[in-house]
Design a protein around this ligand. Structure first.
Ligand SMILES: NC(=O)c1ccc[n+]([C@@H]2O[C@H](COP(=O)([O-])OP(=O)(O)OC[C@H]3O[C@@H](n4cnc5c(N)ncnc54)[C@H](O)[C@@H]3O)[C@@H](O)[C@H]2O)c1
Length: 379
């Protein structure tokens, strides 16, 4: 397979994760080390770009991402910037006929996400959103069980994503707290992940009713500063949602979940069975089969932990019994994107999937503003 040369745009917290994950792919799959190369990096200043290039050991760096797009030795760009730059960069990259791997949430709003989806379709380039949590084998097994009809009629679902990342009122302002840069708060940052997982496992959403709130409304403009600025995005979002096939569920999203670390989980209840996934137990999917015989002392009935482990198709290392983790989920998400370029197949999660999640979030915001249920078709 030809070498895939990546231009990394943005090298903050997640840019580093992406760089490390690309490096890991050849080891996971027994590929030549140079089958994936980070050929260039762009940030917003020459100094940070140079530092990034030194860390990655890549030959080209710039403070203007457009220079990456002009280069013949770059096949795909990876957008790891704050959310307000995703749309502009993706449109420019599609215009330059580069494949695009873009961090979540896809865009600032549904209309930007729709325009990005059109741009990649018209340019005929591959595009994928970094909804990396799809790439835990236990989550993939959950979808497989749903598709096989194991649960029978689905009664309801419940998703949650709690972190405690903003409980300190002294935590200063940052781009994640400014609507003009981030588009939305916890709903966009954490909610996009859990909503994508529910969409991946359950199918398309129809409508949402939600309440969003900002619990700490002013924050210091810098660490230790007495001067404050208003926070204009949500810290917490509580949703009711209905899928296109009529299943009702709840989704709780909060960055004020005291005691939480990275607490993402979902449960789906059906007539014949139920499933539970908990990111803090990533090697397992809990499965309940209501067809198991009951007995006077309970028989075998009850939730079972199914050993999903690291069952990645074709993986050479590590052994499947090892627990997958955050980094492995990123490497797998990237690997599937690269495979879609090599094999000329459809990508997933696609920009169209990113657009669907964006519509769920837009419906939740509209419902919180105006009350009532909001259909995705109306946002
Ligand atoms: N999937 C995940 O697990 C995950 C985790 C964290 C963040 N994210 C997403 O990744 C993105 C970045 O988040 P982060 O935490 O790394 O942010 P960050 O603030 O740590 O880093 C942002 C980087 O983007 C660069 N940048 C900003 N504007 C740019 C531009 N116009 N051109 C080139 N570079 C530019 C900055 O210089 C910096 O290097 C966001 O969309 C966020 O939602 C995803």
């Amino acid at each position: 397979m030809p070498k895939i040369r990546i231009g990394l745009i943005g090298y903050g917290g997640i840019g580093r994760v992406h760089a490390a994950a690309y490096r890991a792919i050849p080891f996971h799959y027994g590929l030549p080390a140079d089958s994936i190369e980070i050929a260039g990096v762009a940030t917003t200043s020459g100094e940070t770009a140079k530092r990034a290039a030194d860390e990655i050991a890549c030959g080209f760096y710039t403070d203007d991402y457009r220079e990456l797009l002009q280069r013949e030795d770059i096949d795909a760009v990876d957008i790891c910037t704050p959310n307000n730059a995703h749309h502009e960069i993706a449109l420019a990259a599609a215009g330059a006929r580069k494949h695009i791997y873009c961090e979540k949430p896809l865009a600032m709003n549904a209309s930007e996400a729709a325009s990005m989806t059109r741009a990649v379709r018209d340019a005929g380039v591959k595009s994928q959103v970094t909804f990396n949590f799809r790439f835990f084998p236990a989550v993939m097994r959950a979808r497989q069980l749903m598709e096989s009809g194991f649960l029978g009629r689905v009664f309801s679902f419940r998703g949650r994503y709690h972190r405690a990342s903003y409980i300190d009122s002294g935590k200063p302002m940052s781009w994640r707290l400014q609507r003009a840069v981030t588009g939305g708060g916890a709903l966009f940052d954490l909610g996009s992940h859990i909503l994508d997982l529910l969409y991946f496992v359950l199918g398309e959403f129809d409508s949402v009713s939600g309440t969003l709130d900002t619990l700490i409304k002013e924050r210091p403009i810098a660490k230790g500063s007495a001067e404050t600025a208003p926070v204009d995005v949500d810290d917490i979002a509580l949703l009711h949602a209905r899928t296109l096939d009529g299943t009702l569920g709840t989704v709780e999203i909060s960055r004020m979940g005291t005691g939480a670390t990275n607490d993402l989980s979902f449960e789906i209840f059906g007539q014949k069975g139920a499933i539970r996934f908990d990111l803090n137990e990533p090697a397992w999917l809990s499965v309940y089969d209501a067809r198991d015989a009951a007995a006077p002392l309970g028989g075998q009935r009850g939730f079972r932990k199914v050993e999903a482990g690291s069952r990645y198709d074709g993986q050479r290392a590590p052994d499947w019994t090892m627990s997958p983790d955050f980094m492995r989920s990123h490497a797998e998400c990237q690997y599937q994107f690269i495979r879609s370029i090599w094999e000329d197949t459809a990508t997933a999660p696609s920009f169209n999937d990113g657009l669907h999640v964006q519509k769920i979030m837009a419906a939740a915001e509209a419902s919180s503003r105006n009350g009532g249920w909001v259909k995705l078709a109306d946002v």
